[in-house]
Write a protein that binds this ligand. Structure first.
Ligand code: 5AD
Ligand code: SF4
Length: 446
């Protein structure tokens, strides 16, 4: 009788890029005989794919490692690995402080995972946190092990060349590199062929994508051109992308979006702050005015486009006046949605080296709660016009609250919950919301 394959459990923290990286890791490990499982308790190998963006992301992982240490005591043959951004940033501390960790692997070394795990099984820690200027995992077909079969992330580039002073990503993920356009198109085509209805093209700064093509003979391909090519693969395929940097978000991308019905009308354009003075300290390379000019360009070229953002409360030296400027920017931009954070100093970043983290925690917390309260108001206002109007929705799954309801999203990335009826996941349908909250459109009848 054949021996059963060893089982791998991956737990993913952080951004969409990490979700996709876990799928790359699953692919590498499957090629080396592993099968996926859905709980740490039944696994032979547990990998935590970690995030370092804010201190609380790291704290969660330390907490989880303590739990897994206990699990390992019960099952000494269990192998435990920390991969991703925290592995890159905290290799030494992880190895010193956590005896139970067997492998530590950074974001560019996933191809080495099988051999590092074998090494760990033989009694030596498996460690590789080298950052490689060329690695894009272009030839690895991600295994979509936790997918709804409808939407998939496709990574088009890795790393980041911006130097936002608060941000750890350039240190954990290294320099920016674009994946060659042909391999992106092949991956999306394969997803279309297996029934997927939505792809999200991922990069830290998609607007600076530039593919020079594998053999260097083809013409370079910009992000606008790639977006156009992906959108042409199938009219049934929705195309999204994230994240855009305001300094690089050109009109060329907006015009391509306008030309294709299947490119979703939704742009994530992180502002971080509404104060030009703070933006300069953050090294964002745009002003409040030039940011608002980009918002105006979106509104004029794509009148029905939703805009979302990221905001940081309490960056170094932020005054009440700077904070009020963030609130007023939010009103002017009228964001549909925002991710909102308190500033968290990251060791080694430019802000940590040059500026004092001088806004008291309680002031950061109060400013953040004002930002959240205002965004809730604005989000609600942005949804009201959709109540009573038919919207096109791609059904993505069952609602968390009830098996009788499905949820999906509109092109504008608004979540809609509606009765199942005869509808299936993966179907496009027209739904008329009857009410809304600040986060969700709700259809009570079919
Ligand atoms: N503190 C708080 N928020 C941060 N972000 C990045 N670094 C930090 C930090 N040190 C936020 C930014 C970014 C999002 C992914 O996380 O808003 O756009
Ligand atoms: Fe993603 Fe940034 Fe967190 Fe790394 S640190 S997982 S790039 S959000």
């Amino acid at each position: 009788m054949a021996t059963p394959p060893p089982l791998l459990y991956i737990e993913t923290y952080g951004c969409q890029m990490n979700v996709n990286d876990s799928e790359v890791v699953a692919s590498v490990m499957r090629d080396h005989g592993y099968a996926m499982c859905s709980a740490a308790e039944s696994a032979d190998l547990v990998l935590l794919n970690t995030c370092s963006i804010r201190d609380n992301a790291e704290q969660r992982v330390w907490g989880r490692l303590a739990e897994l240490r206990a699990l390992k005591r019960k099952n000494p043959r269990l192998m435990l690995g920390v991969i991703g951004c925290m592995a890159e940033r905290l290799k030494e501390r992880l190895l010193e402080q956590e005896q139970s960790v067997d492998v530590v692997v950074g974001p560019d070394a996933y191809r080495e995972l099988p051999s590092l795990v074998s090494m760990a099984k033989a009694g030596q820690k498996g460690v590789n946190v080298e950052l490689l200027r060329e690695e894009t995992y272009a030839d690895i077909a991600p295994v979509r092990y936790d997918s709804n079969g409808v939407s998939a992330f496709v990574s088009i580039m890795r790393g980041c060349n911006n130097a936002c002073s608060y941000c750890v990503v350039p240190y954990t993920r290294g320099a920016e590199r674009s994946r060659d356009a042909q391999s992106v198109l092949r991956e999306v085509q394969a997803l279309v062929d297996s029934g997927y209805r939505e792809v999200t093209l991922l990069g830290q700064n998609v607007n600076s994508y530039l593919s020079l093509a594998g053999d260097r003979s083809a013409a370079p391909c910009t992000f606008a051109q790639l977006l156009d090519k992906v959108a042409r693969l199938s009219p049934q395929l929705r195309v999204r992308f994230s994240t855009s940097h305001p300094k690089d978000m050109g009109d060329d991308v907006l015009h391509v979006m306008a030309q294709h019905r299947n490119i979703c009308k939704s742009i994530h354009l992180p502002a971080q702050s509404g104060s030009t003075r703070v933006l300069e300290l953050m090294n964002r390379k745009y002003t409040r005015e030039s940011y608002l000019e980009r918002i105006a360009a979106i509104r004029s070229i794509l009148p029905a486009c939703s805009i979302s953002t990221d905001l940081i409360a309490g960056f170094c030296t932020e005054t009440e006046d700077d904070h009020r400027q963030t609130l007023s920017l939010m009103r002017e931009a009228a964001y549909d949605f925002a991710f909102m954070f308190m500033y968290s100093e990251r060791p080694g970043t430019r802000a940590a080296r040059r500026y004092r983290d001088d806004v008291p925690e309680e002031v950061k917390a109060r400013r953040l709660s004002e930002i959240i309260a205002l965004q809730n108001e604005i989000s609600l206002k942005a949804k009201l016009p959709y109540v009573g109007k038919a919207v096109e929705v791609l059904a993505e799954g069952f609602s968390k609250k009830s098996k009788e309801q499905l949820f999906g999203r509109t092109s504008q990335n608004m979540v809609v919950v509606f009765p199942c009826g005869d509808h299936r996941v993966g179907e496009y349908l027209s739904v008329t919301p009857t009410r809304c909250t600040s986060a969700t459109l709700i259809a009570e009848r079919e």
